[in-house]
Design a protein around this ligand. Structure first.
Ligand code: HEM
Length: 406
């Protein structure tokens, strides 16, 4: 019985995330092997001579890969939060060079600290903003930035090392190989983008009277690509872990799915516009809500020329856009919630949509409080993390509503 079970063909045809497996589940041993994630069961196709190992990926290996990807997206959230706190404590320009391995060891002796501090003193942030800074104060901002960079390396290792291991074990389907390679490439790109962003804050700008800060374009690119990496990892992980629902493909369901996709895109755009607010310190102009000072539309909305420049460089316009996008996202999510109430949906999908709606109200309340209280660091950091929570819920909703693979 045991041998005949082992001889039985096990063919797992799960070609992509969420696809149902094409194997017979009659044999209890086979069930047990699949459950335990045994990856090396020899497959014999009828005769004893034609053997081919083909038992992975299977349900268990997909579960492992799915959990790993969710774990990685959790680490990306950590990097986003740490990055936000680093920016809010104005620590991001304390390390003035970049080296993949050498900078992993922070200065040890007082002499090394002095040398690091005098390097920092050559750059505009010290000269213009921090000329009274003491060595202990410098140590604080240095450790903030160092922690963010080390976390980035941890994220890189968390993607790359298991990728090599799972690849060797044959846990990836062909399409999954492409996806994980894309994710690993993305992590690397993210690191380079981070340094490219920091460099913009280290440049001397003799013609500028502004305080030294990184370019808001590069800050949004850095945050935007971190959010994309997060969304891609979470989506891939969730589609491996959550089986797609068998829901009748009605016109209403298709409308709901399209609505949910559009809403997810809107939330992403709002988060990106938030990075422009942060990059320009635009949360410090017009600290009133719903009006800006005593006007619905402020006077200096289009003060810069050409007009297009206002949308990316005028703090008033950037804040105005972020408010409009935030309120539009809230309206869209409320609409999605109300639309879904009138439909028969699986319980998990209903829960996800309700949580998304609750989080949208929380996020907007956090945004307004951040503005009214002149951007205190803990509140601003919570508002930033709130955007990640909102995006996560939007992705969960999309994963629940996704089409059943054919
Ligand atoms: C769906 C709604 C919203 C989302 C997803 C969102 C997202 C974000 C994000 C990602 C940031 C960048 C944070 C950083 O990099 O540190 C940000 C900044 C900010 N947001 Fe929102 N936001 C929303 C709604 C609002 C609303 C309605 C307001 C106020 C009326 C607001 C006020 C602010 C302010 C003042 C900042 C700057 C904080 C700083 O300088 O760190 N947000 N937002």
């Amino acid at each position: 019985m045991l041998i005949s079970s082992l001889r039985t063909t096990i063919f797992c045809g799960c070609r992509s995330a969420g696809k149902s497996f094409q194997y017979s589940t009659r044999s209890p041993l086979r069930k047990w092997l699949l459950k335990r994630g045994h990856s090396t069961v020899t497959v014999e196709g009828g005769t004893s001579t034609s053997a081919a190992a083909a038992s992975v990926p299977n349900a268990a290996s997909n579960r492992i890969v799915g959990r790993w990807l969710l774990g990685c997206s959790g680490l990306v959230v950590g990097a986003i939060v740490l990055g936000g706190v680093t920016r809010l404590t104005e620590s991001g320009l304390s390390m003035v060079d970049w080296h993949l391995v050498r900078e992993m060891k922070p200065p040890q002796s007082e002499g090394e600290w002095e040398a690091e501090f005098s390097k920092y003193q050559q750059f505009p942030e010290f000269k213009i903003l921090n000329h009274n800074m003491t060595l202990p104060e410098f140590k604080f901002i240095f450790y903030m930035e160092w922690g963010h960079r080390m976390w980035g390396r941890l994220v890189g290792l968390a993607y790359i090392l298991p990728t090599i291991y799972f690849w060797k074990k044959g846990y990836f389907t062909r399409s999954m190989k492409g996806k994980v390679l894309g994710l690993c490439g993305f992590v690397f790109f993210q690191g380079l983008l981070g340094w490219y962003m920091v460099k913009s804050g280290l440049e001397e700008k003799p013609e500028s009277h502004d305080i030294p800060r990184v370019s808001q374009y590069r800050l949004s690119a850095h945050l935007g690509s971190a959010l994309l990496l997060y969304c891609a990892s979470m989506w891939t992980g969730l589609t491996l872990l959550l089986p797609a629902h068998r829901i009748a493909e009605t016109k209403k369901l298709m409308q709901l799915r399209r609505f949910a996709k559009g809403t997810g895109g809107l939330v992403f755009l709002t988060a990106l516009s938030g990075a422009f607010v942060a990059g320009l310190d635009a949360g410090l102009v017009y600290n009133s809500f719903p009006k800006m000072a005593d006007r619905w539309i402020p006077d200096d909305l289009l003060a810069f020329s050409p007009t297009l420049k206002n949308f990316f460089e005028n703090p008033t316009t950037v804040q105005f856009d972020h408010r409009i996008l935030g309120i539009t996202s809230l309206t869209a999510i409320t609409g999605l919630y109300l639309f879904s109430r009138r439909m028969m949906l699986p319980k998990r999908a209903k829960i996800a949509i309700s949580l998304l709606a609750a989080m949208a109200y929380t996020q907007v309340a956090l945004g307004i409080a951040t503005l009214l209280l002149y951007v205190p660091t803990p509140l601003a950091a919570t508002h930033q993390s709130g955007s990640v929570a909102l995006l996560s819920l939007a992705i969960w909703v999309l994963a629940e509503l996704r089409r059943m693979p054919k």
